[in-house]
Design a protein. Sequence first.
Length: 148
Amino acid sequence: MGLEATRDMEVAVGEALSNTYRHAYTRGVGPVSVDVIATPDALTVVVADEGPATVAPAIPLEVPSPGDAGGLGLYVVGRLAEEVEIGVGPAGHGITVWITTHLRARVEAPRATGLDTVAADVKPSSDAVADETTDPKPESPGTQKASF
């Protein structure tokens, strides 16, 4: 993982922790867990609280206006990480944020030279099944996911 990606992850995790401090507990004190899931292809940091929230906040896709509730935290997390998921904890309350960066560059398959080729848009079939081994956490109701 390069220096820039390391710094981006550090700031994104810091923003997630700052949101926990500001929003999860009225006095800024309460249980928080930080877990790191490392695979050969990705690094995911999971920040979870046990606060009273029962609805996962949306990840802003544009810079929030100064008058909007909250601040820039989730926007910054979304811009710095390759993937961000936010869900409600297994107890039905509390927020969990999964912040993922990929460690290996995605490489296109080599192409044969000297051949006539035709480009086509290929869409996955509706009966395609996702490989559960690539997702570090099970999908839960109320989870929002954004990839940037």
